[in-house]
Ligand binder design. Structure first.
Ligand SMILES: NC(=O)c1ccc[n+]([C@@H]2O[C@H](COP(=O)([O-])OP(=O)(O)OC[C@H]3O[C@@H](n4cnc5c(N)ncnc54)[C@H](OP(=O)(O)O)[C@@H]3O)[C@@H](O)[C@H]2O)c1
Length: 304
């Protein structure tokens, strides 16, 4: 049933596709890979497991080699017929695209599906955010998503097939006081993906964005948000459930994916609720109680 619906969706997505002979020929002896940024843990690892059920090769990208090794082992054990590779790479670096491109070519792989999943967060008042952290957040969540997407999309359109799945957040729909830069970065991912999906409609490339609510991963602790109220008041989904629902909707050709009951209800609600009402509630839920100034950095860096 699912396979039948997927092939109907594939036909619709490729209704105006004009695969170019040279582009298709260029990949004839190569293996199509699903490239998952941030594939070593949390939602990325769970997505890699889901894609492994229907793919020939999976490439996991993250910075920490030990976590990558563990993830490759885990996927390999559960999906012994799938080729699983790891690439230790910081996607926030401007050189990451060249590094990934030559790494794939050396292994006779090409990117058939890009999963833009890696991201970092920051919690606490924007006025006290270390500037290095803000720059890393924008480089990872905004610049890398745009660069990777721009790098893979032309070849996918030329082949008349492929896919880009970008993980945004419910936070994309509202400003997020105390996680201001993170929420803004997720709004960028949502807006970019919906726009590109419209530009490339019918050309054979599945382009979708996922808006999860809270998910139980290391993400919250890594951005020091465990003290925020939302961690105690809002139930968190498992990464496995989010990944299963997301890949299912992606295969069916959905563009904006709300994985689960809470996101499905929250998306239309957040789209119509005035910010005058929603932002104070989010402010309350995300407040970390940390002070609005970091005197150490502010004393040593120029103030305007
Ligand atoms: N958890 C939630 O509640 C939630 C809710 C909505 C949306 N999301 C989104 O879901 C996605 C995955 O988050 P998660 O919760 O699964 O977080 P996670 O467990 O912290 O995983 C993040 C992954 O990204 C990798 N990563 C981070 N920076 C990187 C970089 N510069 N280069 C390469 N890899 C990098 C991490 O590995 P290394 O650190 O080793 O590089 C790790 O594999 C993110 O886009 C997040 O915004 C999460």
């Amino acid at each position: 049933m699912m396979d039948g619906l997927e092939s109907l969706a594939t036909r619709w997505i490729g209704r105006w596709a004009e695969p170019r002979f040279d582009a298709v020929e260029a990949t004839r002896d190569l293996t199509p890979a699903v490239v998952v940024t941030g594939g070593s843990s949390g939602i990325g690892l769970a997505l890699a497991h889901q894609f492994a059920r229907h793919s020939q090769a999976i490439v996991l990208i993250a910075r920490t080699p030990s976590r990558l090794e563990a993830a490759v082992l885990e996927i390999g054990q559960r999906h012994p017929n799938v080729r699983v590779e790891q690439l230790s790479l910081d996607i926030s670096s401007p050189e990451a695209i060249d590094a990934l491109s030559s790494w794939l070519a050396e292994r006779r792989l090409y990117c058939d599906v890009l999963v833009n999943n890696a991201a970092i967060g920051h919690s606490g008042p924007f006025s006290a955010a270390p500037t290095a952290r803000l720059e890393a957040l924008i480089a990872t969540n905004v610049a890398a998503v745009a660069r990777l997407t721009r790098a893979v999309l032309p070849a996918m359109i030329a082949r008349g097939r492929g896919g880009i799945l970008t993980i945004s957040s419910l936070g994309a729909l509202i400003p997020g006081p105390h996680q201001a830069a993170y929420y803004a970065s997720k709004a960028f991912a949502l807006s970019l993906t919906e726009a590109i999906a419209s530009e490339a409609a019918g050309r054979g490339v599945r382009i979708a964005v996922v808006l999860p609510g809270p998910v139980e991963t290391r993400f919250h602790a890594r951005m020091d948000a465990e003290g925020s109220l939302y961690r105690h008041l809002l139930a968190a989904a498992t990464p496995e459930r989010v990944a299963a629902l997301s890949v299912r909707s992606y295969r069916l050709g959905r563009r904006v994916i709300a994985p689960g009951f809470v996101p499905t209800v929250a998306v239309p609600f957040l789209r119509i609720l005035p910010h005058a009402v929603s932002v104070p509630i989010v402010n309350w839920l995300l407040d970390t109680g940390r002070p609005a100034l970091r005197s150490d950095e502010d004393k040593s860096s120029p103030q305007l």
